[in-house]
Design a protein around this ligand. Structure first.
Ligand code: SAM
Length: 212
């Protein structure tokens, strides 16, 4: 998702109390960015933030950080947050390739990836958020008993991701290629913007859960 460049988006993010600036200075101290010390879950590539906002509203006993690379996209989440502020949710505008500079070892309890960009060309495989290169970064920041959850409607990206998990030394805990008809994995499912859009077109939704 890349909205056209929106004038003022960078300034709005710079001034927003909901967006954490210079995130690397919080490494190891993320709990101080929130009112309450409690588990920390992050979504990487959150887009306009619908999923993580619904999740944060439903789980006030968890702190959430939404990560998005583009300020023009993140701006939409900030605007929603201004209408409905949540004390347990903050945003970061950054490239996920830098997560290990921003979180201390084991500081993150769960990672969500939803409808990540597929980067279909083989030569771009290492840019996929479920590549072994990204799993190596997640390995640095995820708590030993933490887990990663990934949803997509892209069958090729999902197959690639299933193969990357053992190659990265991770364990595949469960998966489905038809989430909305899987009574176990679909329980309590919160839809993302892309999930709503693509499932309404008839695309089955894939989901996997991985840990180490
Ligand atoms: N997760 C949302 C959903 O399911 O509706 C948005 C999906 S959209 C296809 C993917 C989002 O991930 C885009 O907003 C994109 O800018 C963001 N993204 C892709 N690569 C990223 C990276 N390396 N770091 C941070 N955000 C990234």
């Amino acid at each position: 998702m890349r909205l056209r460049n929106i004038p003022g988006a960078d300034d709005a993010i710079e001034q927003s109390v909901y967006c954490v600036k210079e995130p690397e200075t919080h490494k190891g101290y993320w709990q101080e960015a929130f009112e309450t010390t409690q588990p920390l879950h992050i979504e990487i590539g959150m887009g306009k933030g619908r999923f993580i906002m619904d999740l944060a509203a439903a789980n006030p006993d968890i702190n959430y950080l939404g990560i998005e690379r583009y300020s023009s996209v993140l701006l939409r989440a900030l605007q929603k947050m201004e209408q409905n502020p949540l004390p347990n949710l903050r945003f970061i505008c950054m490239d996920a390739a830098d997560v290990a500079d921003v979180f201390a070892p084991g500081e993150v309890d769960r990672i969500y990836l939803n409808f990540s960009d597929p980067w279909p060309k083989d030569r771009h495989a290492k840019r996929r958020l479920t590549s072994r290169q990204f799993f190596a970064r997640y390995n640095e920041i995820l708590a030993p008993d933490g887990r990663l959850e990934f949803k997509t409607d892209n069958q090729d990206l999902f197959t690639f991701s299933l193969e990357e998990i053992p190659a990265a030394g991770w364990r595949l805990d469960s998966f489905t290629r038809d989430l909305h008809h899987d009574p176990v994995l679909n329980e309590g499912n919160i839809m993302t913007e892309y999930e709503e859009k693509f499932s309404s077109l008839g695309n089955p939704i894939c989901k996997l859960i991985a840990s180490r």
